[in-house]
Design a protein around this ligand. Sequence first.
Ligand code: ACO
Length: 365
Amino acid sequence: MELHDGLEGVVAASTSLSHVDGDRGRLILRGYDLEELAGSYSFEAAAALFWQGLAEKQVSESSVRERLGQARVIAWKRAVSMMDTAKTMAPVEGLRFLLASLVDAEPFPHYLLTTAAMAVFTASVLRARAGQAPVEPDPDRPHAEDFLHMLTGGAPFREHVKALETYLVTVSDHGLNASTFAARVIASTQAGTISAVMGGLCALKGPLHGGAPGPVLDTLDEIGTADRAESYLREKVRAGDRLMGFGHRVYRVRDPRADVLKNAVVQLREGKNRIRFAEQVEQAALRVLAEMKPGRRLDTNVEFYTALLLDAIGLARESFAPVFAMGRVVGWTAHILEQEKSGRLIRPQSRYVGPMPEERRAVAG
Ligand code: ACO
C-alpha cells in the first residue's frame, strides 16, 4: 500500500461545492468563479447557493435571511446562561464550548442553527471578555450586519458590513481543506451536523489552517518598518519558522482569495493606511521564500490580506479564527449535507511501523 504523507494528492470525495485549481490559481464555487461572487453576493445569497438542492430543493436568499435571523435568536437564548464560563476562555475556545452545548435533539434545522450560532457565540464571547453586556440579535438585520451590531452594540458602518460580507463569501468553501475534511469524516459516521461542525472548528483553529491571520499581524508589528522586513523574515526562515500567510498545500501560484481581499481592504479608509507597508512586507517575504526555499513555489495565501481586512474593520486579532469559522461554516454544512446524502464511511488505513510481537519478544529475551 502506498503511503501519501498528509494525504497529499489523494482524492477522497466527489463534490459539487467547490474546486481549487492550484496550478492556475482559480477557485470555483458552485459553478462561479470566486471573483463573480465575492463583493456581489450577500452572505445569505452565497449560503443559499451552497445549500440549494442539499438542504432543501429550493433555498432562496430571502428564506435564508429570515430563518438565519430566527436561528440567531435561538442560539442567543442557549448562550446567555453560559457566558460566565465562556468568557474565561480564548474566543475560539469559548466558541467551541458554546457550540458543544447545542444538542442533537434541537428541532431547528442544524445547518441553519450552527451557521447562526457561529456569529452569535463569537460576538457574545468577545463582548463578555471585554466586560460588556451581551447584545441580543436583531432577526431583521442581515447576518453580517447583525454580527457587527451584536459585537459593537451600535449600527455598523456600511463599508465594514460590505467588507466583512466579501470576506465571509470568499472563505465560505475551499475544496477538501483540513477542517472540511474533518467535518466530512465525522458526518460519514452519521454523528450529525452539530458534531461535524464542531470537528471542523477544532481543525480550523490551528495556526497552519485558520489560526494564521493573528500571527500575520504580529509579524507586521514586529517588523515595524519596511526597511527591516527582509532581514527579519530571512532570520525567521533560517530559524525554521514558517512565514504566516504564505504557502499552501494546493496552490502552487498566488491564492486568488488574496487579491479579492486585498481589493476589499483598499476600499476601506482604515485599510489604506497599512496597505503600502503590507505590500512591501509581502514582496520581501516572496523574495526570501524564493531564495531560501527554492523549488517549493511558496506564494501568498488568503490569510495575509485576511489579517489586514479584519483589522481594518476593527476586529481584534483573537477573533480572527472564530470569524473565519463564521464564513467557513457555510461550506462545512453544505459538505456535511452532501456527505450524508451520497458519501460512504470515511475510513483510510495506516501503515504500521511499530515492532511485531515476535521482534519485541526476541528483544525482551
Ligand atoms: N514559510 C516558510 N517555509 C514554508 C512555508 C512558510 N509559510 N510553507 C511551507 N514552507 C516550506 C516548508 O518548511 C518545507 O520546507 P522543506 O522542504 O525545506 O522542509 C516546504 O516549504 C514544504 O512544506 P510542507 O510542510 O510540505 O507544506 P504543506 O503543504 O504541508 O504546508 C501550509 C502548507 C501548512 C499552509 C504551509 O505552507 C504553512 O505552514 N504556511 C504558513 C501558515 C499559513 O499561512 N497557514 C494558512 C494556510 S491557508 C488556510 O488554511 C486557510
